[in-house]
Design a protein around this ligand. Structure first.
Ligand SMILES: CCc1cc2c(cc1OS(N)(=O)=O)CC[C@@H]1[C@@H]2CC[C@]2(C)[C@@H](O)CC[C@@H]12
Ligand SMILES: [Zn+2]
Length: 261
């Protein structure tokens, strides 16, 4: 019914342009990042995250990913600096990941993908009244992308993975208070930045992407817990494991990727 889309053979990324023609647009995401072709821009200052008063609300399975939502009625948690002209409010974060042993990041670096990618989503509440309006207007959103690489266990990710069993099925939501995503960030916030889009339908070309160079390290066991989620609802017969929920890299179409120092 309607614009059902997914990551399968028939409803996956190669079919999205049928219902969402912007899929073939000029500023689509993700992209393959070529560090040596990125323009180092000395005017690009550091990214500043003011998350200390952030208020997480819940964790949910929306049938495409697992999402943690935040209270965004004021500027209690914002990202600013870097390529941004205004502070952008933290709205939610979610992940994209692969199957066992496969890769699952959306952005790639010189053709190499990481095991997973975390997206911290922010919206320009200075210029727009609502998240929905910002999400459908150029540069209304700023998404901070963090790669996840497998290795040692991440000391704080268990706070997310321990809650995943409560949102196994599409449409499930549970309280998730007091979580500050600053604990997930790598030590360095050096980044690449470029103008792009949502990476899922409706694929609005509204995102200033800020992709952090240094990955966060998580264990295979922690990553495996994401794969206990399913795309399907509890009432449905089949249980389709939630994995490989990533869009492959899209054409750069002449865009410039800038690099912080
Ligand atoms: C940037 C994070 C984000 C926001 C949205 C989507 C997907 C998103 O993930 S991603 N990977 O960062 O692009 C798909 C659904 C979109 C939503 C933004 C707000 C909407 C466009 C609503 O207005 C209607 C559909 C919504
Ligand atoms: Zn995403």
């Amino acid at each position: 019914t309607g614009n059902q889309w997914g990551y399968g053979k028939d409803d996956g990324p190669s079919a999205w342009n049928t219902n969402y023609p912007v899929a073939d647009g000029d500023r689509q995401s993700p992209i393959d990042i070529l560090p040596h072709q990125a323009r180092h821009d000395p005017n690009l200052g550091p990214i500043v995250l003011n998350y200390d008063r952030c208020t997480s609300i819940n964790i949910a399975n929306n049938g495409h990913s697992v999402v943690v939502e935040f209270e965004d009625s004021d500027d209690r948690s914002v990202i600013q600096g870097g390529p941004l002209d205004n502070p952008y409010r933290l709205k939610q974060f979610h992940f994209h990941w692969g199957g066992k042993g496969c890769h699952g990041s959306e952005h790639t670096v010189e053709g190499n993908s990481y095991a997973s990618e975390l997206h911290l989503v922010h919206w320009n509440a200075v210029k727009f009244k609502t998240f929905g309006e910002a999400a459908s207007t150029s540069d209304g959103l700023a998404v901070l992308g963090i790669f996840l690489e497998t290795g040692d266990e991440h000391r704080w990710l268990h706070m997310i993975t321990d809650a995943l069993y409560t949102v196994k099925f599409k449409g499930s939501v549970t309280d998730f208070k007091g979580f500050n995503p600053k604990c997930l960030l790598p030590s360095s916030l050096h980044y690449w930045t470029y103008l792009g889009s949502l990476t899922t339908p409706p694929l609005h070309e509204s995102v200033i992407w800020i992709v952090v160079k240094e990955p966060m390290i998580v264990s295979e066991k922690q990553l495996g817990k994401f794969r206990t989620l399913v795309f399907t609802g509890e009432e449905e017969d089949e249980r389709t494991r939630m994995e490989n929920n990533f869009r492959p890299p899209q054409l750069l179409k002449g865009r410039t990727v800038r690099s912080s120092n």
